[in-house]
Design a protein around this ligand. Structure first.
Ligand code: GDP
Ligand code: IMO
Ligand code: MG
Length: 439
């Protein structure tokens, strides 16, 4: 049984964590392959809420092998805090493994992320200010600090010096900042290295071994297709590749190891931070309209990581089709259908229109088109009532079923799963459940 990649099909926060948690019960291991603690993946188990930023969303199953792959960027303080938080809640984290090759987010990366956004002013990207971009930049510049360096006092200090040298000008405003003191930084990193050491491993090999035993490996994406560094709404993107192809690089496996790609999409759309969002629900004044407010409230649309309100919009089938192709999606999981109850009519963006009249059925590659594109909608009848207790398609109102069918039709991908609430059990399988293989 080859691996399954689970990826965001929109602008992030689709509910990837919930879907990974659901499938992880029957899989052998879960691997995060990109991103860092810009991600926030929420799981609700028996009414108890967990928010993960770095730890894979399979950790709630005792002893489950959960890998932070080489493609992830790790803030060691965030990771150790997350580990301690889970231990305090009685969660067994013995299955957690961290790639020795993953890059480390250093205090100067966080400062540079803040400074970079401040400098952009009104043109800011709206990053999570977690140091993600500067850390991936150092990785590409070959100035990165890797997890394995945290175990090596001699090498670590030299590498930090080499990484800071070309940033001297940019870091001048922080000259007196104790966080950036070379000695303090080195000592702190070594302490984190010591604490993380029991978890540090050759994680690619762990994946190969599980795949050789024909066990199911889940590749957990963070962020989403529209935030992809190459294919998203550049420059309003993250600094890694959240699409399924990146799972190979970020975990260290070959393409044939990924047999299925599950895209996760909300029944509507949200975006945090700046950048084009053609199906955004806005009134004539450019502010969120009444439906947007209703969705934001019913869907609790506030970021898991930064607490920022998420911008809300209608489901964008143009973007979803694009995401389906980019990822080679084999299945869709639609989450948060319950949130749309009581909204009538429902709308799906089926094409874009340029103010000068041109129509786009496919996602436009040109930024100036994307920035001015207006969504063209199909309207569908809404549904009412509480659907959070529905556990089969037959229990859904007719209009809700039709809406899900329309998403499948417009995206060209089968909907395998529908979410009707935040809890692990609040899902509807549209057909047979997948056969996975645990260890
Ligand atoms: P991720 O980053 O893709 O893992 O998604 P987040 O965890 O950031 O955001 C998704 C939010 O929606 C979380 O608060 C989930 O608990 C919640 N959620 C997931 N699926 C559903 C669903 O089907 N219905 C409702 N109402 N909430 C959901
Ligand atoms: P999950 O995994 C939603 C957005 C930020 C910003 C842009 C760049 O929970 O879906 P960065 O800090 O990565 O340099 O910010 O990307 N962003 C996310 N939006 N969900 C996320 O993760 C995100 N991670 C980054 O808001 O617009
Ligand atoms: Mg999230």
């Amino acid at each position: 049984m080859p691996g399954i990649a689970i990826v965001g099909a929109q602008w992030g926060d689709e509910g990837k964590g919930k879907i990974v948690d659901l499938l992880a019960e029957r899989a052998a291991m879960v691997v995060r392959f990109q991103g860092g603690n810009n991600a926030g993946h929420t799981i609700v188990r028996d009414g108890e809420k967990f928010a993960f930023h770095l730890i894979p969303s399979g950790i709630l199953y005792s002893g489950k092998l959960c890998v932070i792959g080489n493609g992830v960027v790790i803030d060691p303080k965030v990771l150790t805090d997350e580990i301690e938080g889970l231990k305090r809640r009685g969660i067994d984290i013995s299955g957690l493994k961290v790639s020795a090759n993953a890059h480390v987010i250093m205090p100067y990366h966080v400062k540079l992320d803040h400074a970079g956004e401040a400098k952009l002013g009104k043109l800011e990207i709206g990053t999570t200010k977690r140091g993600i971009g500067p850390c991936y930049a150092d990785k590409a510049l070959r100035l990165g600090i890797r997890v394995q360096d945290l175990l090596d006092p001699k090498i670590l200090r030299k590498k930090i010096m080499a990484a800071m040298e070309p940033k001297r000008e940019l870091l001048r405003p922080f000259a007196k900042d104790r966080d950036l003191d070379l000695h303090a930084m080195t000592e702190e990193c070594l302490t984190y290295g010591h604490r993380l050491e029991p978890h540090i491993a050759d994680t690619a090999r762990l994946c190969w071994d599980a795949l050789d035993r024909e066990e199911t490996v889940l590749f957990e994406g963070a962020q989403a297709a529209m935030l992809d560094l190459d294919h998203g709404t550049y420059p309003f993107v993250t600094s890694s590749n959240p699409i399924a192809g990146a799972a190979c690089v970020g975990a260290g496996v070959g393409p044939a190891s990924i047999g299925e790609v599950w895209g996760v999409a909300k029944a509507y759309a949200t975006r945090v931070g700046a950048g084009p969002f053609p199906s955004e629900m806005l009134g004539a004044d450019g502010e969120p309209d009444e439906v947007a407010k209703q969705v934001a409230e019913a869907g609790a649309e506030f970021g898991t990581t930064t607490g920022r309100p998420r911008r809300c919009g209608w489901l964008d089938a143009v973007g979803l089709r694009y995401a389906a192709r980019l990822n080679g999606m084999t299945s869709l999981a639609i989450t948060k259908l319950d949130v749309l109850s009581g909204i009538d009519p429902l709308r799906i963006a089926t094409s874009y229109r340029h103010p000068e009249g041109a129509r786009f059925d496919e996602f436009p590659y040109h930024q100036s088109i994307l920035h001015t594109a207006e969504a063209v909608y199909e309207e569908l009848p809404g549904f009412e009532g509480d659907i959070t207790r529905a556990r089969s398609v037959a229990e859904l109102p007719r209009a809700a079923r039709d809406y899900v069918d329309a998403i499948a039709e417009y995206s060209g991908v089968d909907v395998r799963l529908v979410g009707v609430g935040p809890s692990r059990d609040q899902v509807i399988w549209t057909g047979a459940e997948p056969e996975l293989r645990a260890a």
